[in-house]
Design a protein around this ligand. Structure first.
Ligand SMILES: Cc1cc2nc3c(=O)[nH]c(=O)nc-3n(C[C@H](O)[C@H](O)[C@H](O)COP(=O)(O)O)c2cc1C
Length: 207
């Protein structure tokens, strides 16, 4: 039975599982905040062949997101692997299908944040996070990165940026999240959850 609590949609694409691990940590951070839940959803891959059909339920990870999942969220955490310094096409494809939500202003004044995984340390985490921010701003969302009060940002030797959580998966994409990356993912989930509750409460206030 679906919860009646407001929720943060943790929406991601992941091919090898690294971004999925991050999404699960962000969701754990959201769930630490009383009065709000996390809803984990992913997007399907896109295919170069028009005939290709994917199973309705993905083999692993969260189920696929619907437009309603996005419309009804109180906040959004968006996760993607870095692809040539940018978000992955499947996530962009999903966002490109959200014009109706944009026209209706469904996401205005809701908080959003982004997270990414790369194979290399300097492989474009910040550029990816910034490109993920653009469609969120067009939707009227309020972007929340990670403040340096999260002191792990000063000491991490792997992932973690003020633009959003990040993860270095290594050249073979097999490196698991370390403690610093996990801490920052959870802090980011917690932050977007708190902001979602605060901005939901602002709904009744005249613009
Ligand atoms: C087409 C393609 C482009 C990529 N571009 C980059 C890149 O620009 N920088 C980088 O460090 N890693 C890059 N990678 C590696 C992925 O970002 C990395 O393996 C990531 O951890 C995968 O996340 P996932 O396990 O959630 O699929 C690329 C991978 C692919 C397949």
């Amino acid at each position: 039975m679906p919860s009646s609590l407001p929720y943060v949609l943790v929406l991601y694409y992941s091919r090898h599982g690294a971004t999925r691990q991050m999404a699960e940590q962000l969701a754990a951070g959201v769930e630490r905040v009383p009065g709000i839940a996390a809803r984990l959803r992913c997007v399907p891959p896109v295919s170069t062949t028009c005939e290709a059909v994917d199973p309705e339920i993905p083999a692993e990870g969260a189920i696929y997101a619907s437009a309603d999942d996005l419309r009804d969220c109180a906040g959004l955490a968006l996760g993607s692997p870095t692809r040539f310094g940018n978000m992955a096409a499947p996530l962009k494809y999903f966002l490109d299908g959200t014009s109706e939500l944009w026209m209706n202003g469904a996401l205005i004044d809701k908080p959003a944040t982004a997270f990414t995984s790369t194979s290399s340390l300097h492989g474009g985490q910040e550029t990816t996070l910034i490109t993920m921010l653009m469609p969120l701003l067009h939707h009227g969302m309020v972007y929340a990165g990670l403040p340096y009060s999260e002191t792990t940002l000063f000491t991490t030797q792997s992932g973690g940026t003020p633009y959003g959580a990040s993860h270095v998966a290594g050249s073979r994409s097999g490196r698991a999240l370390d403690d610093d990356e996990r801490t920052l993912c959870q802090a980011q989930g917690q932050r977007v959850a708190r902001l979602a509750l605060a901005l939901t409460a602002l709904k009744g206030v005249d613009r």
